[in-house]
Design a protein around this ligand. Structure first.
Ligand code: GLV
Length: 309
């Protein structure tokens, strides 16, 4: 029985080395050098070629190398009934909260504007937003959204959260479901999307939603590119309904060189780096699940494939 790793070529060997460093006796293979497909009972994947997994008749666990599993669920030939797991670890919420805090503080203190002024040797004071007057709304209060909500609250921002099902976090004003979406959006200065990508959340950041935000709000999308209707964002920025957007995720990644987002003066682009997975921190979770699989014990960090997270 063997573990197969299917990730970017540059990263695959590093992941294999981390897994082997924990247990050198494991048979770890790096795609496309699969060997006998019948040997593979556990795969570690990140954005693998669709249809690939159905080649392994003895597959017992599909482990996502990230927090999201949408890249797995979009595989039309996904082997049915095989448990899917995701990564849950300390550095992901930590790095995500650092990123969204940086973006929120930037919109309050206009660091990107001062950098542009510096290029022009321009000494000019812009009006800052006070944290206590800047309500931040977070869509999705899971592991990542919940951590960011608490940290932003500690910095003095009023924080609202919107979730599918009711969820309470101390100090956070909570809204849930379709019916409460409008009230949630109505008093936000900054909206952060940290939702899982599911059929219900795809394209949720669209013209109708932007129209429900106060004029001049900012958007931070750190979830998935498919949450955002790109033309609607450009329209909202051009009309002034939104003042700016900070985007880490895109429908097509890498973002094509000729994409209008790259050169838009109101858009900040980063290359899907908001939450960082460190192989040395995460590899023990996979090895533990592999051990559990062979010991007949329940797997950890499984996701509900029907719900999509
Ligand atoms: C990154 O986007 C992840 O899902 O871990």
């Amino acid at each position: 029985m063997a573990i197969l790793i299917i990730v970017d070529k540059e990263k695959a060997e590093a992941w294999a080395a981390q897994v082997k460093a924990i247990d050198a006796s494991l048979d770890v293979r790096v795609w496309p050098k699969v060997g006998d497909p019948a040997d593979i009972d556990f795969v570690l994947v990140w954005k693998y070629p669709s249809g690939e997994l159905k080649k392994f008749p003895n597959l017992k666990c599909i482990a996502s190398l990230g927090a999201g599993i949408d890249h797995i669920l979009q595989d039309r030939n996904l082997p049915q009934g095989v448990p899917v797991t995701r990564v849950v670890e300390y550095s992901m919420p930590q790095s995500m909260s650092e990123y969204v805090t940086l973006a929120v503080l930037n919109y309050c203190r206009l660091f990107d504007t001062y950098l542009k002024d510096q290029e022009a040797a321009k000494w000019h004071e812009h009006t800052s937003l006070l944290a206590r007057n800047t309500r931040v709304g977070i869509m999705g209060l899971g592991q990542l959204g919940g951590d960011a909500a608490v940290k932003l609250r500690m910095l003095g921002f009023p924080v609202s959260g919107w979730t599918r099902a009711p969820k309470q976090i101390k100090g956070i004003t909570s809204y849930h479901g379709e019916d409460m979406l409008e009230s949630f959006l109505s008093d936000l200065s900054i909206l952060i999307c940290l939702l899982p990508l599911t059929p219900a959340t795809r394209n949720i950041l669209n013209r109708d939603l932007f129209a429900k935000l106060p004029r001049g709000a900012y958007l931070i999308n750190v979830a998935r590119g498919d949450h955002l209707v790109e033309e609607d964002l450009l329209e909202a920025l051009d009309s002034g309904q939104l003042s700016g957007a900070c985007l880490d995720v895109f429908r097509t990644e890498p973002l094509p060189e000729d994409h209008p987002f790259w050169r838009h003066s109101k858009i900040i682009v980063t290359p899907h780096i908001s939450s960082i997975t460190f192989a040395e921190e995460v590899a023990p979770q996979f090895v533990e699940n592999y051990r559990r699989l062979h010991a007949g014990q329940p797997l950890e960090n499984t996701v509900n494939v029907k719900m999509g997270y």
